[in-house]
Design a protein around this ligand. Structure first.
Ligand SMILES: [Zn+2]
Length: 274
């Protein structure tokens, strides 16, 4: 029956979610190919949908200038952690689904002709959670920036620390923050770009420590989620709490920048510092 299997297999319809997405803001149905052309902005309401890592790298860097670093670094399972599935199994699934070994992609590139070190987190990889490898890759990126005196940009998208690595995950907050402290001492510029969502241990460490902290419009940024806070303090939170614009008006971030304006804005900052 091999021919029949092959025939039915060939006729299997493609996964519809590969072809279209629904705008989480206005519920418009958006074709994947239109989204890719339109920088993953909703064509109807301009909502900034989550952007895949390589599209983000292409958006922010000069053409063909990105050279990936530490790409083979893979997580181990230091706690032999099992919840509904063993941690190594979850890792393998994430690796296959994202074609990447971890939740951050780091590299060296040029932006408007200037050298820059860039790290981009991938929310599709286990919720962009920060385990030992994510922390290590970010720390190495920062250390490389220090050694070469190149500015560094980190693009965050994360649910927080990776619970499967317990305390090893939490230690990455200190490690990345310490590396940034050294950059500050050496006056090497660091820009944090916060995208939807940036929460938990990432928001509480390197994502909030930029010389300039930039957020995309309407991104969820905070430590604990709004529901957890409401249940803890038993109070209703104000409208737009933990959104970029609210954080800007309360002095938590420096700029909210439209995706189309990100590269020119970063270029302007880098030229000021160069
Ligand atoms: Zn929309």
């Amino acid at each position: 029956m091999g021919w029949l299997d092959r025939l039915t297999g060939a006729r299997k319809p493609p996964d519809p979610t590969d072809l279209w997405k629904k705008c989480p803001k206005c519920s418009e149905i958006l074709l994947q190919k239109d989204l890719e052309r339109n920088l993953f902005l909703c064509g109807k309401c301009d909502h900034h949908l989550r952007m895949p890592v390589w599209d983000r790298i292409a958006l922010l860097t000069d053409e063909n200038s990105f050279l990936e670093l530490d790409q083979d670094m893979e997580s181990i399972d230091p706690l032999s952690f099992v919840d509904s599935a063993p941690y190594p199994e979850r890792l393998q699934k994430a690796i296959q689904a994202t074609d990447s070994f971890e939740a951050v992609t780091c590299g060296e590139a040029r932006l408007d002709g200037l050298p820059v070190l860039l790290g981009v987190m991938n929310f599709e990889f286990m919720g962009g959670s920060m385990g030992s490898v994510v922390g290590e890759k970010i720390a190495r990126l920062l250390e490389r920036a220090l050694a070469r005196k190149f500015p560094v940009i980190c693009v965050s998208a994360s649910g927080g620390a990776r619970m499967q690595e317990g305390i090893f995950s939490l230690m990455q907050m200190a490690k990345t923050s310490a590396a940034i402290a050294l950059l500050n001492e050496a006056a090497v510029p660091y820009v944090s770009l916060l995208t939807d969502p940036t929460t938990g241990g990432v928001s509480a460490s390197f994502a909030s420590l930029g010389d300039v902290n930039i957020a995309e419009p309407d991104a969820l940024i905070g430590f604990a989620g709004p529901r957890v806070i409401e249940q803890t303090i038993r109070q209703k939170l104000p409208e737009g709490f933990q959104k970029s614009e609210f954080l800007l008006s309360h002095g938590m971030i420096d700029m909210v920048v439209h995706r189309r304006q990100l590269k020119p804005t970063l270029a302007r900052l880098l030229h000021l510092w160069a």
